[in-house]
Design a protein around this ligand. Structure first.
Ligand SMILES: [Fe+2]
Length: 247
């Protein structure tokens, strides 16, 4: 039994923990590559498109620095934090983030910041590289049901991104019924930390846009919709409902 499982047991949440672990067991079978990225030693997943694929909305230099340097730094720091903790090394990162209180205090902040950075950016690369437009199928139904329209979702999402003081994220998270909510998170906090699944989200740290947009965060938020991959977001929605969404 891992230290995480022992502490979940002591905290009386063994049932919830076992459920999460079971779900990730299923995830490992469904998407082995993505699941491996969530286990120690962590690595930066390669982009499935070129650095220039999001031009002109997100420029090539920003993509390259963001993916190769910023995300890589979170991964390096996360691996360093785990180096002396074999129990953590054997546990999937989403399960650890879902129970941060069980992480040893000496590395809890490092795991929160760098583990959050790793899952947030892994999600972020997945939902970009597309051509924007509009969702289809079940995601379209969910967007219309939860927000009334795509335009209303964009307005709410961009307001969350602009309103996030300092660094953080604007996210669309799923509720238990498959409905959608817009939420902001500070720093590298992830909705995973409070048991929610992310459909998609945008990074509003200055490193995500400052080279191209300087202080114009609103312009970046507006342009970012042009590079969303709604096909992949549709897959993520189906995976979330099936319990196979890895990150
Ligand atoms: Fe970032």
């Amino acid at each position: 039994m891992s230290i995480i499982q022992r502490r979940m047991l002591l905290a009386g949440v063994a049932g919830a923990g076992a459920l999460i672990l079971t779900q990730h067991g299923a995830r490992a079978q469904a998407r082995p590559g993505a699941a491996q990225a969530m286990r120690y030693p962590f690595g930066v997943p390669p982009l499935t498109y070129g650095y220039a694929a999001n031009e002109p909305s997100v420029d090539q230099a920003t993509m390259q620095l963001h993916h190769d340097k910023h995300h890589a730094t979170y991964v390096t720091n996360l691996n360093a934090a785990f180096a002396s903790y074999p129990d953590l090394q054997r546990t999937a990162l989403p399960d650890i983030l879902a129970n941060l209180a069980a992480v040893p205090a000496a590395i809890r902040a490092a795991v929160r910041n760098n583990g959050g950075g790793h899952v947030n950016h892994t999600m972020f690369w997945q939902v970009m590289g597309g051509h924007g437009g509009a969702p289809e199928g079940e995601v379209l139904v969910a967007v219309n049901h939860s927000f009334g329209s795509l335009e209303a979702l964009k307005e709410k999402f961009n307001a969350a991104g602009v309103g996030q003081f300092g660094s953080g994220w604007a996210m669309v998270v799923l509720d238990r019924a498959g409905g959608l909510k817009v939420e902001a998170r500070p720093n590298q906090d992830s909705p995973m930390m409070d048991g929610s699944q992310v459909l998609f989200g945008n990074d509003v740290w200055e490193h995500a846009y400052y080279l191209q947009y300087q202080n114009r965060r609103t312009d970046y938020l507006n342009a970012w919709w042009n590079v969303l991959d709604w096909r992949r977001i549709g897959e993520r929605y189906a995976e979330a409902k099936a319990g196979t969404l890895t990150v």
